[in-house]
Design a protein around this ligand. Structure first.
Ligand SMILES: Cc1ncc(COP(=O)(O)O)c(C=O)c1O
Length: 311
């Protein structure tokens, strides 16, 4: 494990010391949550002595769309995929990373003003590295359906990873933790299942994988996409559709997916056992395949990886 505050970060177009990457107390992004982000992981394969960044181009595409939504002109003008990837690779190599690492990439409103808006303001890109372990328990967690409703597409859209929407997440996560659960599951205003507080959700019903559709106020998760591909390769049918709350209590298996959460089975929801209350076979299989894929152990999924040192 490393101390992320001792590493170099990317800030104002340069690689600088962590302590020198500071923003003003009047920064508009800080004052109003006006920023977008993505979080990605790179995994170190000890045997191959390689560091593999997971699906950076997919992260870039989603991040670029979020910047478009926020009218972040500097990012859109200055960062095509090659330049974005170049910064990522430089940051990892300048810090000599040879272990698992999480990369937090943020583009924020870079003005010191008190009107929240997306015009006439500069924006800036920053990146830092973080030693993120398991974001949630991976061996079978207990969840609570949140009393907080997920923000709607027409309020703060979940489709873009907008910093401000994580207030919604923090309310739900805090409520779950204070009540003794590991994680929260959001419903939308119609009572349909949306996602975890920072994860997408999958249910196993009659041997099929069921997950809310992209038009159901979810973040279009990169791990979600990955799990759909892995499941289909395993011959498991995947259905993207609206999910009712009580289907959570009826499902044979439930698991959450995310860059932080990886593939994390849920064994209990609102004190109902999921299936027989233990990790189910489909969740276990997908979890195993996902972990092998991100670590570069499966030839079939090597196209998802960028070899950071390419040596
Ligand atoms: C709200 C939310 N949903 C889903 C996800 C999963 O997305 P991804 O798999 O791209 O990390 C995340 C975060 O990582 C999230 O914050």
């Amino acid at each position: 494990m490393f101390n992320h505050e001792e590493l170099k970060v990317f800030f104002q177009g340069k690689i600088v010391d962590f302590k020198d990457a500071t923003i003003s107390v009047a920064n508009t992004g800080f004052l109003y949550g006006l920023a977008v982000f993505t979080g990605m992981r790179a995994h170190y394969n000890e045997q191959q002595q390689k560091l593999f960044l997971f699906r950076p181009e997919d992260h870039y595409r989603r991040f670029r769309f979020a910047c478009k939504l926020m009218r972040y002109e500097q990012f859109l003008k200055n960062y095509d995929y090659d330049r974005f990837l170049g910064v990522l690779l430089e940051l990892l190599s300048v810090n000599n990373i040879e272990q698992d690492v999480y990369v937090r990439v943020t583009n924020y409103s870079d003005e010191n003003r008190v009107t929240p808006k997306f015009v006439e303001y500069k924006d800036a890109l920053t990146m830092f590295l973080y030693p993120l372990g398991d974001y949630v328990p991976t061996g079978g967690m207990r969840c609570k359906v949140s009393s907080y409703t997920r923000s709607e597409d027409n309020a703060i859209p979940a489709r873009a990873k907008i910093n401000g929407i994580y207030v919604n997440t923090a309310f739900a996560k805090t409520e779950a933790l204070l009540n003794g659960y590991d994680e929260a599951i959001f419903l939308d205003k119609n009572g349909h299942v949306v996602e975890g507080s920072a994860e997408n959700i999958f249910l196993v019903i009659d041997g099929k994988l069921v997950t809310p559709a992209v038009s159901d106020n979810i973040l279009e998760g990169i791990t979600r996409r990955t799990v759909i591909d892995i499941a289909q390769d395993e011959g498991i049918e995947v259905v993207e559709r609206t999910v009712d709350r009580t289907e959570l209590y009826k499902a044979d298996e439930v698991f959450l997916t995310g860059t932080g959460a990886k593939v994390s089975p849920v064994v209990e929801i609102d004190k109902y056992a999921v299936g027989n209350g233990t990790v189910g076979p489909i969740a276990a299989k997908i979890q195993e395949t996902y972990m092998a894929a991100v670590r570069g152990e499966l030839e079939r999924y090597k196209h998802w990886l960028v070899d950071v040192y390419d040596r």
